[in-house]
Each structure stands twice: as structure tokens, then as C-alpha cells.
Design a protein around this ligand. Structure first.
Ligand SMILES: CC(C)(COP(=O)(O)OP(=O)(O)OC[C@H]1O[C@@H](n2cnc3c(N)ncnc32)[C@H](O)[C@@H]1OP(=O)(O)O)[C@@H](O)C(=O)NCCC(=O)NCCS
Length: 173
């Protein structure tokens, strides 16, 4: 049975023994855990508003998604500010929820895990604006997942093959 949980901290055994092996299988962009921890995980997991959604089938981790509150002075926010139209950057950047990563183990894809992770990760968020960066290819599975959950392209990404997508909520009255 699929279970999805959301947490605001992750202890070392979870990160080292479950999250990292899954992350590596899905993205394969870091060779060793120490570099990934140092360059990515430790920076992200300590940011304000951090939340991590985990999907498990019969107790085994099959998917994850995480994000935090993006602010000016952070690498991604400052670089996004250089590629977005200034008016878009003014509206969207700073205090936004930044969906950094979502991944589902290959054998578990196509059965609704990604959609469940997205719903759990964003459920009850305070930030009125959410941002992520993804493939510029509209047929990419991730692009289709985002489109089908209410995200829209707000501008180019940091690379030529990327776009920035956003989702906004009207201000409460
Ligand atoms: C993107 C990803 C997280 C989707 O996870 P998933 O569990 O397979 O997604 P779901 O089964 O919940 O599908 C949700 C929606 O995504 C889209 N989608 C998923 N797989 C798809 C595929 N192979 N082709 C086209 N669209 C696809 C569809 O819109 C689907 O909705 P539908 O089933 O109603 O048509 C998964 O493919 C993955 O981990 N990819 C590799 C990592 C990655 O690219 N991460 C995102 C980086 S920006």
C-alpha cells in the first residue's frame, strides 16, 4: 500500500540509507554522498520552510519531493532574478515556496506516486507563490505532471533546455 508522509526534518539514517540511494537512482548527478550532502542537501534541508514528502510502498521508499522558502540572497533565487522578466521577478521571487526536487523510482512511475507527492508537499503551504524549474520540453513527464497540477510557465530557466514554472494563489480577503 502506498503511504505518503511529510516531515520538516530528516535524520541521518533516513537520509543516508534511504533518501540518498533513491536520489542517486533517479538523478545520478552526484557520485558520492559526501559531495551531495555538502553541496546540496545540508544547504537545502536547513532552510526556512523546509519540507520533505516521502512515498513508501509496503514500507520501502519509492519517491520523494522537497522544497523550502526561497529568498533573495540564495543562489537559485538570485540567478532566476537575472533570467526572468523584471516584472515577473518582482512579483514572484522572494518568500516563494521553491519546489527543488521530485523523483519517483523508475519501477513505481506512472501509477500516481508523483501526483500524491506533489499534493502532500504543497498541502497547506503558507506561501502565496510557488516556483520550480524543469524541462523546456512540454512532453517531459515532469512538465506534464506540473501542468496537470496547476503550474504554468512564468519564464525561461537558467539553462536553454529549462523553464521556470509557477503556481499562485489569490491574496486572501
Ligand atoms: C516526473 C515524475 C516524478 C512523475 O512521477 P510519476 O509517479 O510517474 O507520476 P504520476 O504517475 O503521478 O503521473 C502524474 C502525471 O504526470 C504525467 N506523467 C507521468 N508519467 C508520464 C509519462 N511517462 N509521459 C507523460 N506524462 C507523464 C501525467 O500528466 C500524469 O498524469 P495522468 O496519469 O493523469 O496522465 C517521474 O517521472 C520521475 O521521477 N522522473 C525522473 C525525475 C524527474 O524528472 N524529476 C523532475 C525534475 S524537474
Amino acid at each position: 500500500m502506498l503511504e505518503v508522509s511529510v516531515m520538516h526534518t530528516a535524520d541521518d539514517p533516513l537520509v543516508d540509507d534511504e533518501l540518498w540511494p533513491l536520489y542517486r537512482r533517479v538523478f545520478d548527478d552526484f557520485d558520492d554522498i559526501d559531495r551531495w550532502r555538502d553541496q546540496v542537501w545540508e544547504r537545502h534541508a536547513t532552510r526556512e520552510g523546509f519540507r520533505l514528502a516521502l512515498a513508501r510502498t509496503d514500507g520501502l521508499i519509492v519517491g520523494f519531493a522537497y522544497g523550502y522558502t526561497g529568498e533573495h540572497g540564495q543562489w537559485w533565487t538570485d540567478h532566476a532574478g537575472k533570467v526572468l522578466h523584471p516584472a515577473v521577478a518582482d512579483d514572484w521571487l522572494g518568500g516563494h515556496f521553491e519546489l527543488v526536487s521530485i523523483g519517483v523510482d523508475e519501477p513505481a512511475r506512472g501509477s500516481g506516486v508523483g501526483r500524491r507527492l506533489m499534493a502532500a508537499l504543497t498541502d497547506g503551504l503558507d506561501q502565496p507563490r510557488w516556483l520550480l524549474m524543469t524541462s523546456a520540453d512540454p512532453a517531459d513527464p515532469a512538465r506534464r505532471l506540473y501542468r496537470s497540477t496547476g503550474w504554468a510557465v512564468v519564464g525561461p530557466g537558467l539553462g536553454v533546455d529549462q523553464v521556470i514554472m509557477g503556481r499562485a494563489w489569490p491574496a486572501s480577503t
